[in-house]
Design a protein around this ligand. Structure first.
Ligand code: SDX
Length: 375
């Protein structure tokens, strides 16, 4: 029996979905390097790829896209629920609650046969962006924008949030972000989903657990933390001292470090290029310059400890330039990662074994019960 805190270095399952080499900074989705997929694929095609283990033929992709768009609309019950939520509720809590509520209106919520689970996953993939857009407009007192079934997921979610159709550049930028966020080995939220589904529980419980995990600032919530940090820094020139001051206080710099990557996160490489392009296009170069100044300071201060930018560092600037409100950054991570969570749920069910690790008990033994009047 061996113990590793936080399961660091422990192999908890086998997978054919994504491969990470933390030393070399490599991420492959079913063998395709993430940069190649992000440069050539689309989010919908990448999800088909992960769910089927191969890239789709043209007609298959068209059918998959049509099947998703046919499910964009929120069911009436979910629409009523979302529009009754507190307007100051945090969007990640709204998503977690609404996804859980989707199980209330599914006639067979507990089905775990693969075709049924795949069908439910398709619905969640399609409706989550609509839930996000609807809640955002509702909380701002703006007219709700119905999904546009002529648009892919990335363009459609931007449209439902902002009320205007995004430019091709912005839609493409978000599509690339969604591809980059689709899957990433056995990260905490994916592990959460696999642990829950391994009891043969339902996909709604598994994805709800995953959303709860992703919200944490040590995981998906870091992208919002990066934006808060960038906003706190007065100018690019102030970034170095700000970073050194935080390090001196042993504060974690959001968007840096990784349990697996001890080198540059390949997704960050791609996002850095995207962030610069968008920052130039939208007059946000100060954000990008603050980011590169932080990166330069961290390279000198902690790179020797294997601490480099992760996926969240440059996604913050990218999302800001795309026009996303800060508290929709992590929900956008959910929109992308539902693709990966679902792939892992299907893989777990296809060859399931209940997760039940052991513990190293450190408490007392043979203790007698003391009656309450003798305590
Ligand atoms: C994601 O797992 C995945 O794949 C996740 C993800 C995915 O796609 O699903 O990649 C997405 O969650 C990316 C990570 C986002 N989180 C953050 O950016 C939050 C900031 N990062 C840290 O909290 C931290 O790096 C973790 C949580 C990501 C990883 O932490 P570990 O592996 O538990 O490492 P650790 O906390 O034990 O730190 C080891 C050392 C410590 O120094 P010493 O005490 O040994 O001197 O590195 C230092 C830490 O203080 N360190 C940092 C740091 N991260 C680690 N110091 C400053 N800033 C940081 N960000």
């Amino acid at each position: 029996m061996s113990y590793s805190k936080g399961l660091e270095g422990v192999v908890a399952t086998e997978t054919k979905i994504s491969f990470i080499d933390g030393e070399k900074g490599v991420l492959e989705l079913i063998g395709i390097p993430i940069g190649e997929l992000a440069s050539n694929s689309s989010f919908e095609e990448s999800v088909f790829f992960l769910w089927n283990g191969r890239l789709p033929k043209k007609a298959e992709l068209a059918d998959f896209e049509s099947a998703i768009r046919a499910r964009y609309d929120m069911p009436a019950y979910i629409s009523q629920l979302v529009m009754s939520m507190p307007k100051d509720a945090q969007p990640m809590h709204v998503l977690r609650t609404a996804v859980s509520a989707m199980g209330l209106i599914d006639p067979k919520p507990n089905a775990t046969d693969l075709p049924s689970v795949r069908d439910k996953a398709l619905t969640l993939l399609a409706v989550t962006p609509t839930i996000l857009g609807a809640f955002h407009r509702y909380r701002k007192g703006l007219p709700i924008i119905a999904p546009d079934k002529t648009l892919p997921i990335a363009a459609n979610v931007l449209y439902m949030i902002s009320g205007t159709k995004p430019t091709p550049t912005m839609a493409k930028a978000l599509d690339v972000c969604l591809v980059l966020h689709t899957d990433h080995g056995l990260n905490n939220s994916t592990f959460s989903a696999r642990v829950v589904i391994s009891t043969l529980s339902d996909i709604y419980s598994a994805i709800t657990a995953a959303i709860g995990s992703l919200r944490g600032p040590l995981h998906g919530g870091a992208n919002e933390g990066v934006m808060v940090m960038l906003n706190e820094i007065a100018s690019p020139e102030a970034a170095e001292q700000y970073t050194l001051d935080k390090l001196a206080k042993k504060d974690k710099i959001m968007g840096f470090g990784h349990r697996v990557y001890k080198s540059y996160d390949p997704r960050a490489t791609h996002l850095k290029v995207l962030a610069k392009q968008l920052a130039q296009d939208t007059g946000n170069m100060a954000l990008y310059d603050k980011s590169t100044a932080i990166e330069k300071t961290m390279a000198t201060a902690v790179a020797a400890k294997g601490i480099y930018p992760n996926v969240d560092f440059y996604s913050a600037t990218t999302y800001h330039c795309i026009g996303l409100p800060l508290d929709l950054f992590t929900p956008m991570f959910v929109v992308g990662r539902i693709g990966g969570w679902s792939a892992h749920i299907l893989e777990q069910l296809a060859d399931n074994r209940l997760f039940r690790p052991d513990v190293d008990y450190k408490g007392p033994h043979d203790v007698r019960y003391t009656p309450i009047d003798k305590r």
